[in-house]
Design a protein around this ligand. Structure first.
Ligand code: N01
Length: 544
């Protein structure tokens, strides 16, 4: 992993008297952390967010690699809680890039005066529940401690970067980095021989950007993906006015869809319309920007079967059309997983990169990487000499960022041990034996802000319920947790997302248990479930 676990102070060490106390400690000042801070403070809780980075923004602070941008429409990604913010902020592009997204989150932090509750450069290395005082104590790398009745982990689902355990990385004489730790000052790639390992959503955003400056690019691909043209463009003044006038409708639409995106599936079956009508829809969606190609299509594209395969073949042919050399084109055509079983990477000129003379595609499934050498990358078949190696090798998703926090609950038991066979959390947010801990990072998926806002609202209201009813602890019961995990496993097995080897099921990390790491339900179903739980007096939780 990019951040290895640091030495952990002994559980319960030190005296509690000299430690600052808060109602809630939030770890992370990214999209969910900032909103948690705002919301909980508005509800009268004293709050402090501890952020590892030197700035706010989370994902949009760390992922500075060239090409990094939204794949959901910018105007669906912003916070909805403030009409003033919505009207003040101009999204400049339909799919906004990292620098602008980071500026947006900084703007939010300033506008709502959040900075005074945020401690930056604060690396949390352990979190320990104090059973006598019913509160959490966190330990920072520099020895600082803080206590809070609640611990809110807003550390993101994709933030613990993963570098495969290749031998010899330290022997490499050139420069290397993982995309999630792209240096603020940039990487000097001009005129260099650069190698990129990994062709997921990150790799396909990065590659078309850096190819413009490198002398030579070698791409090490293990799995070919279905990737779709993003078709980003600027937002002009007229459209800006239109967007600002229609935010209520935009958000209403997002709230109805499975992943909280603005795109809605076509209720028709692909196989029930004529072949001409089917193709006309495929082509129309293909020409449109963003995720419509995936999420506005015939509904049965998203289940294994004839429709899925029909559309997959349409996609494969689009790739073949864009790559001049038929041998390279076939290397780029995905054949080992179903369309939609992984999140669809959106790209801008990705496939055309392989028409350039200074680009080499290496199939590392056929000839795996054996080691990193002082000169570059050695596969079974050859050694590739490089000046720079970029690891676009993804993340230890969901549980990776929680493991780095070294969380100790009741009886000193660790969350890491509890999650060894996969996450065990009621509704993805609360685990038996870990009172007053809300793992909100683990439950926000899809269009991130749209799913995070209602989740944070729910957690904040649960905290109010505890306060208003003079309780001190709220803990998921073992029965509720077990039933939820059974539901995730049983219903998760039916969805497309569990059918491919991807981070969604932990298949990208050697040795990680293969289970669905997120909830299998649609966003509206999750909101309904949480509302029902609250309406029933926080059913499935023990209140003490
Ligand atoms: O990570 P990935 P990512 N040898 O795990 C390869 C979100 N996101 O950072 O497919 C060789 O998808 C691995 O190969 P394989 C989005 O949710 C959003 O790209 O496992 N190769 C793969 O090619 C996305 O799903 C945006 O065979 C190795 C790559 O590394 C998620 O983040 C942009 C290897 C990792 O791909 C993760 O995307 C970017 C090895 N030993 C990301 N190990 C937006 O647009 C791994 N690989 C908002």
């Amino acid at each position: 992993m990019v951040d290895s676990l640091q030495q952990t102070p002994a559980a319960g060490a030190g005296h509690a008297e000299d430690v600052e106390r808060f109602d809630a400690i939030i770890i992370g000042a990214g999209v969910t952390g900032l909103y948690s801070l705002y919301r909980m403070r508005e509800l009268g809780f004293s709050v402090r967010a501890f952020e590892h980075g030197s700035g706010v923004g989370g994902t949009w602070f760390w992922n500075r690699y060239p090409g990094c941008r939204f794949d959901s429409e910018s105007y669906t990604y912003g916070y909805s809680f403030s009409e003033e913010l919505l009207q003040e902020w101009d999204w400049k592009e339909h799919y906004s890039g990292q620098p602008e997204n980071e500026r947006y989150l900084n703007y939010v932090a300033d506008k709502f005066d959040l900075r005074r509750h945020i401690q930056l450069n604060s690396h949390v290395v352990s979190c320990v529940f104090d059973e006598d005082e019913s509160c959490w104590e966190i330990h920072l790398e520099d020895g600082q401690r803080a206590r809070g009745q609640y611990l809110i982990t807003s550390v993101g689902i994709l933030s613990a970067g993963f570098i495969p355990d290749f031998e010899g990385i330290d022997s490499f004489k050139g420069k290397w980095c993982h995309t999630v730790r792209w240096p603020k000052e940039g990487m000097d790639l001009a005129g260099k021989r650069v190698g990129v390992i990994g062709t997921g959503a990150t790799g396909v955003q990065l590659i078309p950007e850096i190819v413009k400056e490198v002398a030579h690019l070698t791409v090490f691909q293990r799995t070919a993906n279905f990737c779709a043209p993003l078709r980003n463009s600027p937002i002009d003044d007229d459209e800006q006015r239109e967007i600002k006038a229609s935010y209520p409708e935009i958000f209403k639409k997002c709230m109805k869809t499975a992943g909280s995106f603005v795109h809605e599936f076509d209720p028709r079956s692909a196989m029930e319309v004529s072949p001409e009508e089917r193709l006309e829809q495929y082509e129309r969606l293909w020409d449109n920007p963003g995720f419509g190609k995936w999420l506005s299509n015939f509904h049965d594209i998203m289940v294994p079967g004839e429709a899925n395969e029909d559309y997959a073949e349409f996609f494969r042919n689009k790739i073949r059309e864009r790559v001049n050399d038929p041998v390279i084109a076939e290397m780029l055509v995905p054949k080992d997983h179903m369309f939609g079983s992984k999140r669809l990477p959106c790209e801008s000129g990705y496939y055309e990169v392989y028409n350039r003379d200074n680009v080499l595609l290496v199939d590392v499934r056929e000839a795996p990487i054996e080691r990193i050498t002082p000169k570059g990358v050695k596969t079974r078949d050859a050694e590739y000499e490089l000046d720079v190696i970029i690891f676009a090798t993804g993340f230890d998703a969901v549980t990776g960022s929680l493991n780095l926090l070294d969380i100790h609950g009741e009886g000193g038991h660790t969350l890491k041990d509890k999650y060894a066979g996969g996450p065990r959390a009621y509704m993805g947010i609360a685990s038996a034996g870990f009172p007053n801990l809300f793992t909100i990072n683990a439950a926000s998926v899809g269009n991130f802000v749209r799913s995070a806002e209602p989740l944070v609202d729910w957690v904040s209201e649960a905290m109010c319920y505890v306060r208003d009813n003079n309780f001190t602890r709220i803990t998921a019961t073992l029965e509720a947790e077990n039933a939820w995990v059974d539901h995730v496993n049983k219903d998760g097995a039916k969805i497309l997302r569990t059918q491919a080897n991807s981070w969604f099921v932990g298949a990208n990390i050697p040795g990680k248990a293969r289970v669905l790491l997120t909830n299998p339900d649609t966003a509206p179903a999750m909101r309904a479930k949480r509302a029902e739980v609250a309406a029933n007096g926080y059913e499935g939780f023990l209140l003490q």
